[in-house]
Write a protein that binds this ligand. Structure first.
Ligand SMILES: O=C(O)CCC(=O)C(=O)O
Ligand SMILES: [Fe+2]
Length: 315
């Protein structure tokens, strides 16, 4: 039997203190670079998000998802809405079993956020802002780990209005099935996951599913397809899934640090010409890739091989 692989936990505190903890930063960067090359997955502590705020968000989420369908549907967007904000449930034909509340940045006019439980909206908006800041710090670290010119990713990805956050509830597994979300990669740049203690998130490493064990105060980070393409596959977009535990629901809160739709995504010269490597992907506009991925959800293909993934852009 193979030994279960441990997902590394990185302490981000050296990036939050004003002093010059060069050694601490170097150590964190080394761990992150290795995790991004091996898995595209790691955990972070001392990430700048107040722990009581994270706990409050999870508690309020549990209360919200405990409401009746009718109440929750009061926060759903109207059919044909331009963006899928608000409450929704995976359609019956989907293999994924969960319900969720999706929000864009707090100032977005598309948001449909619940007025109950009291403070839920405010709490989610606060969490959103903190998660966004943490992702900006991670983006800077990843920029350095990739050896890109200073602030390259920040300038490439400066429009923050495309970020979104989803709070989810997964019902308990049944005797017949336990899928929460099937194995997939995220399409964006960086994803943050706050999962409750029940677990269920798994990452694929060399064909094996490795559980991402929850630890209090910890956030999970995974890279998405945009980083994998820009880095010409030097950094991995992690394949992950959610397996529903038995006997109880699972709650999580997931932040997608994203990219403006008009941005062109292709392997950067730093990882192609300058390394004497061929590009591994065709370029695309991010909005086109998103639209294709959205179709996977709204019109699931008849066979899994037909699901659109970044492999469709392989050269
Ligand atoms: O709920 C989770 O822990 C992860 C969800 C996820 O992978 C996703 O929404 O893309
Ligand atoms: Fe995901």
């Amino acid at each position: 039997m193979s030994i279960p692989t441990i997902i590394p936990t990185v302490d981000l505190s050296p990036f939050f203190i004003t002093g010059d903890d060069e050694f601490g930063r170097k150590k964190a960067k080394e761990s992150i670079a290795k995790a991004c090359t091996d898995y595209g997955f790691f955990k972070i502590v001392n990430h700048g998000v107040p722990l009581d705020l994270m706990k409050q968000a999870m508690d309020l989420s549990k209360t919200f998802f405990g409401y009746t369908d009718e109440v929750k549907r009061g926060c759903s967007s109207k059919p044909g809405a331009p963006l899928p904000a608000g409450y929704n449930k995976q359609p019956d034909h989907s293999p994924d079993k969960n319900e969720y509340l999706l929000m864009f940045p707090p100032e977005s006019p598309f948001n449909i956020l619940p007025t109950n439980p009291p403070h839920y909206r405010k709490t989610l908006e606060e969490v959103f802002k903190y998660f966004m800041k943490t992702c900006q710090i991670l983006e800077g670290i990843i920029n350095e780990c990739l050896g890109l010119p200073p602030n390259f990713l920040k300038e490439y990805n400066e429009d923050r209005s495309w970020d979104f956050m989803v709070t989810l509830r997964y019902p308990p597994a049944t005797d017949a099935e336990n899928n929460g979300i099937i194995g997939h990669e995220d399409g964006n740049l960086i994803t943050l996951v706050l999962q409750e203690d029940v677990g269920g998130l798994e990452v694929n490493k060399d064909g094996e599913w490795v559980p991402v064990i929850p630890a209090e105060g910890t956030l999970v980070v995974n890279l998405g397809d945009v980083i994998q393409v820009l880095s010409n596959k030097n950094f991995k977009s992690a394949t992950h899934r959610v397996v529903r535990p038995r006997g109880r629901s699972r709650h999580s809160c997931v932040f997608f640090y994203s990219l403006q739709g008009e941005k062109w995504v292709e392997p950067l010269p730093n990882f192609t010409q300058e390394m004497g490597e061929k590009a591994k992907y065709r370029g695309f506009y991010y909005k086109d890739y998103q639209a294709l991925r959205m179709k996977n959800k709204t019109h699931p293909p008849s066979t899994p091989e037909k699901i659109i993934t970044i492999q469709n852009f392989d050269i």
